[in-house]
Design a protein around this ligand. Structure first.
Ligand SMILES: Nc1ncnc2c1ncn2[C@@H]1O[C@H](COP(=O)(O)OP(=O)(O)OP(=O)(O)O)[C@@H](O)[C@H]1O
Ligand SMILES: [Mg+2]
Length: 231
C-alpha cells in the first residue's frame, strides 16, 4: 500500500507544472495591513518571505501583460516580486516603500532643500531612462506614482500596471494616464512614444520645484484644450 502511494506521489510530482516563483501563493503573504486605495485597487503592506512588501489588490489581472516587468531591476524602480492569481486575492507583490509619495512630500509644509529636488530629478530620470532603454513607456508618471524609500528618501517609480512595451517601431496608442501630466499626443489619442513620459516628467519637475498643482484650479476640460493645442 505504502509503495502504491509513493509511486502515485512520484507520478504526481512528474506531471505537476514546475513551480513558478513569479506566481505568489496568497497564503505566503503575512501581516497584511491596509495602506490606501487608488483608481485600480487597494494597497496593503505586509511580509512575503520575510521581506516587507506592498500588495496591490486589483479586480483582475492578465498575467501576460506583466511579463515585461518581471525582469526590471533598478534602484529607482519599485521592484516587483510576483503576482497573486487566486481570486479574490488577485494583485501584485512589490517592495514596500517606507516614506510615502513624492506627492505627499511636495504638499507637506516643511521646506525641501534644492539639492534634494535635484537628486529626485536625477533619480526619476535614471529610472525612466532604464525603462525607455528596454522599450517600456510608463504612461502614468506623476508624483503619486513616485514613492520614497529609506532614510535618504530615494525616489522609486511605481505603477507599471499601465506601462506598455512598445513594438519595434517604438510607438503605440493610448488614452490612459492622469490629466494634468498627459502630453498633447495622449489627449489627442495620437501615436504615443517615450516623449509622452518626457512631458509628464517635465510637469512633475515643475510641481516639485514650485509646490503647486499643475494648472491650478482649471477644470479637466480646460486643461485638455490648452495642452492639446501645444504644437
Ligand atoms: N510599493 C508601495 N509601498 C508603499 N506604499 C505604496 C506602494 N504602492 C502604493 N502605495 C500607497 O498605496 C496607496 C494607493 O496606491 P495606488 O497606486 O493604488 O493609487 P494612487 O497612486 O494614489 O493612484 P493611481 O491608481 O492613479 O496609481 C498610495 O497612498 C500609495 O502611496
Ligand atoms: Mg499609484
Amino acid at each position: 500500500m505504502t509503495s502504491i502511494i509513493t509511486d502515485f506521489a512520484k507520478q504526481l510530482r512528474k506531471s505537476a507544472p514546475p513551480p513558478s516563483s513569479w506566481v505568489v501563493d496568497p497564503y505566503d503573504l503575512n501581516d497584511l495591513q491596509y495602506v490606501g486605495s487608488g483608481a485600480q485597487g487597494k494597497v496593503f503592506s505586509g511580509h512575503y518571505r520575510r521581506r516587507r512588501i506592498a500588495f496591490k489588490m486589483v479586480p483582475s489581472l492578465d498575467q501576460s501583460r506583466f511579463e515585461h516587468i518581471k525582469d526590471l531591476h533598478h534602484q529607482n524602480l519599485v521592484r516587483f516580486h510576483g503576482v497573486c492569481l487566486a481570486a479574490p486575492n488577485v494583485g501584485f507583490v512589490m517592495d514596500f516603500c517606507s516614506k510615502g509619495t513624492l506627492h505627499s512630500e511636495i504638499y507637506q509644509k516643511l521646506p525641501i532643500e534644492s539639492h534634494t529636488v535635484s537628486r529626485w530629478a536625477l533619480e526619476i530620470a535614471t529610472g525612466m531612462s532604464y525603462l525607455h532603454e528596454r522599450g517600456i513607456v510608463h504612461r502614468d508618471l506623476k508624483p503619486l506614482n513616485i514613492l520614497l524609500h529609506g532614510a535618504a528618501k530615494t525616489a522609486k517609480i511605481a505603477d507599471f500596471d499601465l506601462s506598455l512595451k512598445l513594438g519595434s517601431d517604438r510607438t503605440s496608442f493610448s488614452g490612459s494616464g492622469s490629466i494634468a501630466y498627459m502630453s498633447p499626443e495622449v489627449h489627442l489619442r495620437r501615436e504615443v512614444t517615450f516623449r509622452a513620459d518626457v512631458w509628464s516628467y517635465g510637469v512633475v519637475l515643475w510641481e516639485t520645484l514650485v509646490r503647486q498643482r499643475p494648472y491650478g484650479d482649471l477644470n479637466s476640460w480646460a486643461v485638455i484644450s490648452v495642452v492639446a493645442k501645444t504644437p
